[in-house]
Design a protein around this ligand. Structure first.
Ligand code: CU
Length: 105
């Protein structure tokens, strides 16, 4: 991709991530009681998953080399998955938090 295309895509993702007033979409994973709920989610390539922290403690979502900021209660983070495959989801702050995103074509 050309740099301008990448920048446009990144800007779109950032804008999408900031529109908190739209409420949770269908691909929402809660972080509650120090677990991902649901712990496994299936989406199509190009779709976005949003993680929402409903715990009074911070969580930090990690997907491969991609990582959310530390999320306080009520904060969320979204990631768009463009590549089919299975992706392990972890929390850098709680080793017992394990999740998975399965991306289909
Ligand atoms: Cu956590």
């Amino acid at each position: 991709m050309k740099p301008i295309v990448i920048l446009t895509v990144m800007a779109a993702i950032i804008v999408a991530g900031c529109t908190g007033s739209q409420g949770p979409g269908p691909n929402t994973v809660k972080m509650k009681e120090v677990k991902f709920n649901p712990d496994s989610i299936v989406i199509k390539a190009g779709e976005t998953v949003t993680w929402v922290n409903e715990d009074p403690v911070e969580h930090q979502v990690k997907v491969g080399n991609d990582m959310s900021p530390r999320l306080r209660e009520g904060q969320s983070w979204s990631k768009t998955f463009n590549t089919p495959g299975e992706f392990d989801i972890t929390c850098t702050l709680h080793a017992q938090m394990l999740g998975r995103v399965k991306v289909t074509t």
